[in-house]
Design a protein around this ligand. Structure first.
Ligand code: DON
Length: 643
């Protein structure tokens, strides 16, 4: 199914005359309009102007620069997102990719929306038994490195589909890929974030096992250092084939041969060894890969509309479930006791400071809502093409009201997932947020799963392959690398898509316009971090920047504890402890929210790239700002290893 909204010309991706002009026309026509009625489009245009400029927020300044240039030269949000994502595949190999997959939301100014699923699929010969040892125990590394870790990549097909469906039509894939090809061919300077990621484990060990990755990233056995030039000629050629021939230039021909050869090599086989039913990707898997267009999920919260990704994203359902649970609670009344923190205000808005002093009952509700949603995630969510996902039941207001009534005053670590039978019929990801001056938004998250994915660099292709198979619940109750457990719904099956936490979100205001565009990397912390930003901005009226910088909390049902970034007031954590919550404060910071806020009608967007990583928010027509720098490497307190 390809629900292709065909919006009226002036809200589609093409560079129509700005809505402001339409607004003026509407103003002139207002008396006639009111007399004739029945002109909702013009009334909307009259009521809500498009942003004055476009914006790109992503995790590398060079990629942001590429996207901004596309906007400046008349491309729309989809054109810019595709060019940015291709550039990230070159300059941000930790997560930007051709060999991974992802999701994208397209939402026009007036709210026509579509959701694109270009998640990886399991190969046709995939078999859960291959990930188990002789005693039937999961061998976790098999789903994270080596040929069995790799799902059939979806990114090339996804970017092409996004462009074909929603691009302005005046930018070809060839033109959009040009800057990425040039960055790959001519090289770019390694930034401190890439240098740090290459030093970190387990990525280093995995990459060192791949001869091509070792040569590319560890010349002479040592990781590339900040400032060194990284040229990727094979990647430039792969991008060029993709740019010229589209998907067939990746899923067939030379690139397909390079992928299959590399996987055989990584399994210790000779390139031409014929191995039937090997359990990993072969030519037919690549040939048959298809994206899916899905109906976006739409929910309401505090007078806003939330547009987000349906399964196989778990994040959309989880975000809507948590917000619906909390919507029925008197958050604002409790917030009366929520003070603005003098200390944080005095210290300015540094990462991890908060301008709110929290009350423990609010946090208790927030945590319990997460616990319920993550319990449901573990039991009910999976690829909807393989498993009936009971979305309506999970989001049913009556059942959520009953669940909410059980919150009580104390933690409920043993809360169970929704238990009725479904109806019989059945560290590494990166995010790009874009708006154009027509008000179109693209929220695109893409991933290799772990940092540098499986670590397998395709020798003659120059790109890394994902390790997305770890996102399946290969054995029920055996946690994956994010500690997530799953069930039948997310069991590994041939051709199935693994459940994901990636959650692109667009918040809409008054049915008129996009007001927030966001997404994040971070595994399950993608979901909890964005819920935090939504609560802080929509309920507690925190400024979007302060909401992104503020400390985060994470609760995912199993394990039962709730993790907190540093910066929460100790007193409130103690009171949560007294309510039976297991509280763990962590020194690390997580996720990386890439947010665009469109507060001022007809004004410029405001962007925030989470300072937890090195991204930037670039405004059309302005120079790209300098990115944040990583903290110096810290020795691991247990092993002494530098991370
Ligand atoms: O799709 C998922 O849920 C995971 N593969 C995402 C991994 C991730 O976000 C790691 N990034 N930091």
């Amino acid at each position: 199914m390809r629900p292709q909204p065909r919006p009226p010309r002036w809200t589609s991706g093409s560079r129509r005359p700005p809505t402001r002009r339409a607004a003026l026309a509407a103003a002139a026509l207002a008396p006639l309009l009111l007399a004739t009625c029945g002109q909702p489009d013009l009334l909307e245009a009259f009521g809500w102007e498009t942003p004055s400029r476009g914006m790109v927020v992503a995790e590398h300044p060079l990629a942001v620069e590429v996207g901004l240039k596309v906007l400046r030269e008349g491309g729309n949000a989809a054109d810019a997102a595709v060019a940015t994502a291709l550039a990230l595949a070159v300059v941000y190999p930790q997560a930007g990719n051709l060999g991974g997959g992802g999701f994208a939301l397209w939402v026009t100014h007036r709210g026509d929306a579509s959701a694109l699923d270009f998640r990886e699929t399991a190969p046709v010969t995939a078999d859960a038994a291959r990930y188990l040892d002789f005693d039937g125990e999961l061998v976790p590394e098999r789903a994270k490195s080596g040929p069995l870790a790799v799902g059939v990549p979806g990114t090339p097909a996804g970017l092409q589909a996004l462009l074909e469906a929603h691009g302005s039509g005046s930018w070809s894939l060839r033109r959009l890929a040009r800057p990425a090809i040039e960055l790959a061919r001519e090289g770019f300077r390694v930034d401190p974030w890439l240098a740090k990621a290459l030093r970190a484990e387990p990525a280093r060990t995995r990459l060192m096992k791949s001869p091509a990755a070792r040569r590319r990233f560890y010349p002479g056995g040592e990781p590339l250092r900040e400032g060194q030039r990284l040229k990727q000629p094979e990647l430039a050629r792969t991008l060029d084939r993709f740019a010229r021939f589209g998907s067939p230039g990746f899923y067939g021909g030379e690139t397909a041969r390079a992928i299959v050869r590399e996987l055989r090599r990584s399994a210790g086989l000779e390139p031409d060894d014929a191995v039937p039913a090997q359990g990993w990707i072969d030519f037919p898997d690549l040939e048959r890969y298809e994206v899916r267009w899905r109906e976006p999920l739409r929910g309401r919260f505090r007078g806003k509309e939330i547009v987000t990704m349906p399964p196989p994203s778990s994040g959309g359902v989880a975000v809507l479930e948590v917000l619906a649970l909390l919507d029925g609670l008197p958050l604002e009344t409790e917030a009366a006791g929520l003070e603005r923190g003098e200390e944080a205000r005095r210290g300015g808005f540094e990462l991890g400071t908060d301008d709110l002093v929290w009350n423990d009952r609010l946090l208790h509700w927030w945590i319990e809502a997460l616990r319920v949603a993550f319990a449901d995630r573990a039991v009910h969510l999976g690829d909807p093409d393989f498993h009936v996902v009971p979305i309506e039941e999970l989001l049913d207001p009556e059942r959520l009201a009953a669940e909410r009534a059980r919150f009580g005053q104390r933690a409920r670590p043993d809360v169970a997932a929704w238990a009725e039978a479904p109806r019989p019929e059945g560290t590494e990801t990166t995010h790009v947020s874009v708006v154009d001056s027509d008000g179109n938004a693209v929220s695109l998250t893409t991933t290799l799963n772990s940092s540098f994915g499986s670590g397998i660099l395709v020798e003659d292709g120059g790109f890394l392959l994902n390790n997305q198979m770890d996102d399946f619940a290969i054995r029920p109750d055996a946690p994956n690398q994010f500690g997530l457990v799953g069930s039948e719904a997310n069991a590994l099956e041939a051709l199935k898509r693994p459940l994901s936490s990636m959650t692109p979100i667009v918040v809409r205001d008054g049915g008129h316009a996009n007001s927030l565009v966001m997404g994040s990397p971070g595994g399950p912390r993608i979901i909890t971090s964005q819920i935090g930003v939504l609560l802080r901005t929509l309920v507690f009226r925190q400024d979007p920047r302060a909401a992104v910088l503020a400390p985060r909390l994470h609760q995912q049902w199993r394990p039962a504890r709730t993790e907190f970034e540093e910066g929460w007031q100790q007193a409130v954590l103690d009171r949560l402890g007294a309510r039976g919550h297991e509280v763990l404060v962590k020194t690390e910071r997580w996720a990386s929210v890439q947010l665009i806020a469109l507060d001022e009608r007809g004004g410029p967007p405001v962007g925030i790239s989470d300072p937890r990583r090195g991204g930037v928010a670039g405004l059309e027509g302005e120079p790209v700002p300098a990115p944040h720098l990583p903290l110096p490497d810290q020795p691991d307190p247990l092993t002494g290893e530098v991370r």
